[in-house]
Design a protein around this ligand. Structure first.
Ligand SMILES: [Fe+2]
Ligand SMILES: [Fe+2]
Length: 339
């Protein structure tokens, strides 16, 4: 409270009763919030929520939004080089979907009180984090297949449980996103299937793409549970429903029959069915690499941000013109109503 509020005695008394009222409100708010979480109901933007819950969600949802937007780059780069008109049309649709995902998620984060421009600025300045996978290059057309099958595939496994996230706007955004992600995964699988059953060189290209993206895709679930400090709290709040390692296991179990159907293999000599666990065992991942990429030292981290900045700078005049047009429209509207 600022010192000016203490100039007069009556105000001072009022401050005390205000503080007591705020405390009572926070208490009943906390009780209601706990009830909502316990009964698996949803927290909505106007509901009282603990600051830590709000902060944690803003971080998760904005990082998710940034990932969708940066994720457009590795594939957008292949639109002009897609091998046929049909492939090009499908890829354009997919990249456009990712832009839409970013928009739903920025909107969901906005309902938590974080202005959109602030989120854009964080990405622009390099302060924001996004999924490390998008700092890897798409070297061949087969990489577009591997990204669809593995990266969008991991996104689905991660995001389906998020459709039940306790924060309403986030969960609802995820429902729509997941529907589109399953189309993305299928298009990737189909690209790999065609290449795998094409010439020897095409088969080889598909296998190499899977070899490149398998490890980084498994890392999309985040660090092992022991190194994931926010996970437990996020699960207690019912934002997350499963741990990183549980989801990673689910993903590996899902990939094995699919890779067999593709006629390809997963690049892990330790991958083996474990009868006792009822799951596939798999080898350790390169976590040093993961943390290096997260810190901004990925193969294309710098280029991804530079491209984003350039696109944002070059698009400034479009945003200005659109804002001026919208203002003009609402002025005209107001004049019409006034008349
Ligand atoms: Fe997406
Ligand atoms: Fe996707």
């Amino acid at each position: 409270m600022s010192p000016e509020n203490h100039q007069h005695a009556p105000l001072h008394l009022a401050d005390e009763s205000d503080a007591a009222a705020a405390l009572a409100e926070a208490e009943s708010g906390q009780n209601r919030f706990d009830e909502i979480i316990a009964e698996d109901s949803r927290v909505e933007p106007r509901d009282w929520m603990p600051e830590s819950y709000r902060k944690s969600l803003v971080r998760q949802v904005s990082q998710h939004a940034h990932s969708e937007i940066i994720g457009m780059q590795p594939e957008g780069n292949w639109i002009s080089r897609a091998p046929s008109l049909k492939r090009k049309a499908i890829l354009i649709a997919k990249v456009q979907d990712e832009a839409g995902h970013g928009l739903y998620l920025y909107s969901a984060a906005e309902t938590l009180g974080r202005p959109r421009e602030e989120m854009y600025d964080q990405l622009y300045s390099g302060k924001a984090k996004y999924s490390s996978i998008f700092n890897y290059p798409a070297r061949t057309w087969a990489d577009i297949g591997a990204i669809g099958w593995l990266v969008d595939g991991a996104a689905i496994v991660n995001q389906v449980p998020l459709c039940r996230a306790s924060y309403g706007p986030y969960g609802r955004a995820m429902v729509r996103i997941c529907k589109e992600e399953s189309f993305h995964q299928r298009q990737g699988w189909e690209i790999l299937y065609s290449l795998s059953h094409g010439t020897e060189a095409q088969h080889q290209m598909a296998q190499e793409a899977v070899n490149r993206f398998y490890g980084p895709a498994l890392q999309m679930f985040g660090p092992p549970d022991g190194d994931s400090p926010n996970s437990q709290q996020s699960m207690a709040w019912k934002i997350k429903r499963f741990t990183n390692d549980e989801l990673r296991q689910r993903f590996v179990d899902m990939l094995v029959p699919q890779v067999e159907a593709l006629g390809l293999t997963l690049p892990d000599p330790e991958l083996k069915w474990n009868e006792e666990r009822g799951h596939y065992d798999f080898g350790d991942l390169d976590w040093d690499e993961f943390f290096a990429v997260i810190k901004g030292n990925g193969p294309l981290s710098r280029q991804r941000l530079e491209h984003y900045r350039k696109a944002r700078d070059e698009g400034a005049w479009v945003r200005e013109a659109a804002t001026a047009y919208a203002n003009r429209q609402s002025q005209d509207q107001a004049a019409l109503i006034g008349a």
